[in-house]
Design a protein. Structure first.
Length: 155
């Protein structure tokens, strides 16, 4: 089995959005939302020019990662060890909704292929590290300043 790439902040924002939208539904009613999330994450990868296989962000993976997000919000769930990026996105959602929604807005632009990935890659290394890796950490009070200072990524 091929190792899957780590989730970035944009993907993490999208799964949190999905969780918030359907968290109160029975699992069988959540499945269509998880299928849409899977389809959208795969579309983002294709829009980035990545080559993906059938396992990339598939429904089984969405179910598993959804449980990690559920754990962050409720302390309950089958997967009680969410990734560092999920924790960062969750903290951003809880502490700085404006910045979270800016990232989520960019994620939706990525789905629509209206996001300028080349421009993102030209930003400072700190911004790239925050959005693309799990190991970068900023004090909470600097997150908003860093995100707000970056231009919106429209093509």
């Amino acid at each position: 089995m091929v190792s899957q790439p780590k989730w970035d902040i944009y993907e993490s924002a999208l799964i949190i959005e999905t969780y918030l939208f359907c968290k109160d539904l029975p699992h069988k009613d959540q499945v269509p939302y998880l299928e849409t999330l899977s389809k959208n994450l795969r579309l983002i990868a294709k829009n980035k020019g990545l080559k993906i296989d059938d396992t990339y962000r598939n429904l089984n993976g969405m179910n598993m990662q959804f449980q990690s997000i559920k754990y962050l919000f409720t302390g309950k769930g089958a997967f009680n060890n969410p990734s560092k990026m999920f924790v960062k996105a969750y903290k951003l959602y809880m502490k700085d909704r404006a910045s979270f929604y800016l990232i989520l807005s960019d994620a939706h632009l990525m789905i629509e292929n209206k996001f300028d990935f080349a421009q993102l890659n030209s930003y400072s290394s700190d911004y790239n590290l925050f959005t693309q890796t799990e190991d970068f950490d900023l004090p909470d009070n600097e997150i908003t300043e860093l995100i707000i200072s970056q231009p919106h990524h429209l093509k």
